[in-house]
Design a protein around this ligand. Sequence first.
Ligand SMILES: Nc1ncnc2c1ncn2[C@@H]1O[C@H](COP(=O)(O)OP(=O)(O)OP(=O)(O)O)[C@@H](O)[C@H]1O
Length: 251
Amino acid sequence: MSIAATNLGWSVRRRTILDDVSVTVAPGTILGLLGPNGSGKSSLLRLLAGLRRPDRGRVTLDGQDIAGMRRRDLARRVALVQQHAATEMNVTVQDVVMLGRTPHRAPLSGCSAADLAAVDTALAQTGMTDRRDQGWQSLSGGERQRVQIARALAQNPRELFLDEPTNHLDIQHQLELLRLIARLGLTSIVALHNLNHAAMFCDRLLVLEGGRVVAEGTPDQVLTADLLADVFRVRCDFHRTSDGRRHILFR
Ligand SMILES: Nc1ncnc2c1ncn2[C@@H]1O[C@H](COP(=O)(O)OP(=O)(O)OP(=O)(O)O)[C@@H](O)[C@H]1O
């Protein structure tokens, strides 16, 4: 297993946000994290990326507990794109993407050829090459989202965690981004609200409700009429896409 979490629990001021959550993701596969608003998806991603310590349970990377890893070592292999990632300073797109190289650079050293090459590749992968000199503040919401993803890719992660990465993107860019994530072949965990995109692009799905895991498995196993009614409070029919994927038709 590349990443595994066992029996994670996290509470804030005696309110339980995550309760007994276990997750494993096989190397090179995509796990879709689903659940209604407030079910704990972002909180779980932050625990998995080591930004918060769980109160109970542990997260391991290739069997090593991340609690014992140096922050820099963790940042060299795990990248998290959070919702509403903001940068207040007056910086260019290239500057933001270069931030992804921080864990790979020696303190106070300049950019190496490898740093510049990684930034070029990340800009190209996200279709932002021709915006590299544009100011961050002047970008649209969708463009900012793509730049944040470029920053994560410049980090050269082996594990990539994305919190609703398709927010703000038009449909073409939503699909392009999900195709890109699938092509990268990284171990990815992606919180998504679009259940059909989850069925199209994820190898496995994990559904949270009230901070607990209520379903886990392949899209066909998880996206059932009963689960959609119980957890998401919607009624639906199903259809198969030409490539055999489950497609939900909401009533
Ligand atoms: N630092 C915090 N302090 C207090 N409550 C928090 C904190 N972080 C998260 N919560 C609460 O935990 C619950 C889960 O939040 P989280 O953001 O993880 O949900 P989510 O599934 O990502 O939601 P959404 O789909 O709306 O983005 C929410 O009720 C939220 O208010």
